[in-house]
Design a protein around this ligand. Structure first.
Ligand SMILES: [Zn+2]
Length: 65
């Protein structure tokens, strides 16, 4: 799944079956809000460690989620 570190936005396979569409939706959310998107192989949203800096670049690389 892909999820936002700044709000409750997320895209899961259940919401959006196509991984390409999930990636595009995540990028759209970043562009629209400036929020930081992360992705995870797990089905649950992991907790965000304090002080973790924005890392968007890896979101632009295809992942296997
Ligand atoms: Zn957000």
């Amino acid at each position: 799944m892909k999820y936002c570190l700044d709000c409750d936005w997320h895209a899961t396979a259940a919401d959006e079956p196509d991984q390409h569409d999930r990636s595009r939706a995540a990028i759209d959310h970043h562009v629209e809000t400036g929020h930081t998107i992360d992705s995870s192989e797990s089905l649950v949203r992991p907790t965000t460690p304090d002080g973790l800096g924005p890392i968007l670049a890896r979101e632009l690389v295809p992942s296997s989620d």
